[in-house]
Design a protein around this ligand. Structure first.
Ligand code: PMP
Length: 369
């Protein structure tokens, strides 16, 4: 008789069985449990080291008593606020359970089996996941100089290309592509290819040449831009992100959405976080200072790193990054080894507070001897 495993494997969709599970940053609690270390610093998931916006926390505490009510499925207030912030209409926006969810919804709404998804590589692994889920084909186009090679990506598109993902700044390298390049790229790709511009780290970018997705959307480009409250707004645990796009795209993606996809606390928290200018400014400032602190250390150690536009840095340890990762764990510091991205000696470290960076610096100096 066939085992249960065999039976399930026969019943499941083949493309789903082929999906490799997402590898998240190691949780602090797990390190405490496994290694018995109390004082653990997590610099592995590009979270905000200052914590959530205090205004968001206060607003959510005030909203707890309404937890028996279903949330507003349409996220009306949040979309209104985003619309006024962006100078767009509410129907240019869709709010999701993290921008992860919107990636999946966009794939569900548009991708047919066998169509192509063009991505840069290494880049954020969720793009591959949603493509696999829909039995689409993935074309991974190698980065050039740690940066998306938009020419090669445009070259790789064809009649079967449905989605192209531009992760900007790119995770895990932290590099960005500029407005002129993106325009040239958009002019070169097939008319029916939809470009997902993932701007999860946009608020950390201080280059003038950063593309203006709003303008591109108003010009009628086939762009779905993604933003998140998980990074600079410090609300990763609540799961809230949003898409901005032409209302016709939003309507199609919205059809794939569950009715109550964004919980009520997330909605209240995100609304308040948008108004917390102090927290935003402090978060940006902390990352700018932390980058300088970490660059200085890498320079001192003679370690190559990729200058970043985001709140994380990719650095080459020159050693097996998995071993370095394990040694750092023993010293209570969690980073992300980049082997899964095809970079076996690199680690990605999230910029933390001065003290957290110091912990990382001391630990890595110790590990590398
Ligand atoms: N895009 C990129 C490039 C990311 O790095 C992340 C978070 N790791 C996300 C999207 C997902 O963000 P969210 O928490 O909004 O799902």
């Amino acid at each position: 008789m066939a085992s249960m495993l065999e039976r399930v494997e026969r019943l499941a969709r083949k493309n789903v069985l082929a999906i490799s599970p997402y590898v998240p940053g190691k949780p602090i609690d797990e390190v405490r449990r496994e290694l018995g270390i109390e004082d653990v610093v997590k610099l592995a998931s590009n979270e905000n080291c200052l914590g959530p916006s205090p205004k968001a926390v206060k607003a959510m505490a005030g909203a707890l008593g309404d937890s028996h009510l279903y949330p507003d499925g349409g996220c009306h207030r949040l979309k209104q606020k985003l619309a006024s912030r962006w100078g767009l209409q509410a129907d240019h926006f869709l709010v999701g359970n993290g921008s992860d969810e919107i990636l999946k919804l966009t794939a569900e709404a548009f991708l047919h089996e066998g169509e192509e998804v063009v991505v840069g590589w290494p880049s954020f692994s969720e793009y591959i996941f949603v493509a696999n889920l829909m039995a689409a084909k993935v074309k991974k186009i190698p980065l050039k100089n740690y940066t998306l090679d938009l020419d090669a990506m445009a070259e790789a598109t064809g009649p079967l290309t449905k989605l192209v993902v531009v992760c900007n700044p790119n995770n895990p390298t932290g590099t960005m592509v500029g407005a002129d390049e993106v325009r040239r790229f958009l002019d070169r790709i097939p008319q029916d290819a939809i470009v997902i511009v993932d701007e999860a780290y946009a608020e950390y970018v201080d280059h003038l040449g950063y593309p203006d997705c709003r303008q591109l959307i108003l010009e009628g480009r086939s762009i779905v831009a993604l933003r998140t409250f998980s990074k600079i707004y410090g609300l990763a645990g609540l799961r809230v992100g949003y898409a901005l796009a032409h209302p016709a795209f939003i309507q199609a993606i919205n059809r794939a959405r569950e009715p109550f996809n964004v919980n009520s606390l997330a909605q209240v928290g995100a609304l308040a976080a948008l108004d917390d200018v102090e927290h935003l400014e402090a978060s940006g400032k902390t990352v700018r200072a932390g980058k300088a602190q970490l660059y200085q250390f890498f320079d001192e150690m003679g370690l190559a790193y990729v200058p970043t536009c985001a709140n994380f840095i990719l650095a080459d340890t020159g050693k097996d990054a998995m071993a370095v990762f394990q040694e750092l764990l023993k010293r209570g510091v969690i980073v992300r080894p980049a082997g899964g991205f095809g970079l076996p000696t690199h680690i990605r470290v999230t910029v933390g507070t001065e003290e957290e960076n110091r912990r990382f610096i001391d630990a890595l100096r110790d590990v590398l001897g």
